[in-house]
Design a protein around this ligand. Structure first.
Ligand SMILES: Nc1ncnc2c1ncn2[C@@H]1O[C@H](COP(=O)(O)OP(=O)(O)O)[C@@H](O)[C@H]1O
Ligand SMILES: [Mg+2]
Length: 259
């Protein structure tokens, strides 16, 4: 049986919401519509709209509504920024930029910053050779200074979590947070597995807000293992890769992607 992959962010979010403990960590996520965008902007002030089946940060748009000013509506896609005096004008342009792709709208999280650049975390969770979920690695992703996404394929820089949190937390606190995130990762995997029983690996995108609350932005079912080669210590990558070989994503002879 092949490893299960799930593309739809909406389907994965719905699966997480089935667990009462996880609900509090999932940002409000709804399908894209004029009413949804209007209501969510009023409620949250900042939202992300993104393709239901996107990857690499492509097509992700950050939309903001500020309290006053001549042009209170703003959105950014890639490095392009747009400002508007009315919701209707903003929404018209948003439709043009997203084209006819299926999108969702999500409560925006104000990510923690490092050197004035936003970062989030990727938490890798895999079935270990004993067939139990195990968090096998964690890496930070620092956004390109002019972008609204942290993805490596959109100019983000992978860095050790300890480095990104050092200005904010003492090292014991960093360890504690990482231990919590590892547990969290296992919980996310076990919850998704109930709906998608042939999952073997997931990569959870976790945002830390300014209160250090972890939010689950999305779960990837075809997570990039090679990102973890960017960590100074290669042992994380080596174990991760060995687990992936054990459940059949790679063969040891040919390191090319099977899926
Ligand atoms: N709700 C959100 N609040 C804040 N930042 C977000 C939010 N959703 C996405 N982002 C940013 O955009 C990036 C890409 O979004 P994501 O949902 O992971 O899509 P993709 O599948 O393209 O990686 C995230 O890693 C994060 O940096
Ligand atoms: Mg992502």
């Amino acid at each position: 049986m092949s490893i299960q992959r799930v593309q739809s962010k909406q389907a994965k979010t719905d699966a997480l919401l089935a667990d009462a403990d996880l609900q509090a960590f999932v940002p409000d996520t709804r399908s894209f519509s004029e009413q949804t965008v209007r209501n969510m902007l009023d409620r949250y002030g900042m939202i992300y709209v993104k393709p239901v089946k996107g990857t690499f940060g492509k097509g992700v748009i950050r939309v903001e509504k500020s309290a006053g000013g001549a042009k209170p509506y703003f959105f950014q896609s890639g490095e392009r920024k747009y400002r508007f005096d009315s919701f209707d004008r903003m929404y018209g342009k948003l439709l043009a930029v997203k084209r006819n792709r299926a999108y969702l709208a999500q409560q925006g999280i104000h990510l923690l910053k490092y050197n004035n650049r936003r970062f989030d975390l990727r938490v890798m969770v895999q079935k270990n050779p004993a067939n139990k979920w195990e968090t096998t690695g964690m890496i930070g992703r620092l956004s390109h200074p002019r972008k609204i996404v942290t993805n490596y394929h959109s100019g983000g820089t992978p860095l050790p979590v300890e480095k990104l949190l050092a200005p904010t937390l003492a090292s014991e606190q960093i360890n504690e947070l990482q231990a919590n995130l590892r547990e969290h990762g296992v919980k996310v995997a076990a919850t998704l597995e109930r709906k998608f029983p042939r999952l073997k690996e997931i990569g959870v995108d976790i945002a830390l807000d300014e209160q250090l609350k972890p939010w689950i932005l999305e779960v990837n079912t075809l997570p990039d293992v090679f990102l973890f080669r960017k960590l100074p210590n290669q042992s994380t990558f080596r174990r991760m890769f060995a687990y992936a070989v054990a459940y059949g994503r790679y063969s040891t002879r040919n390191r090319k992607r099977k899926a």
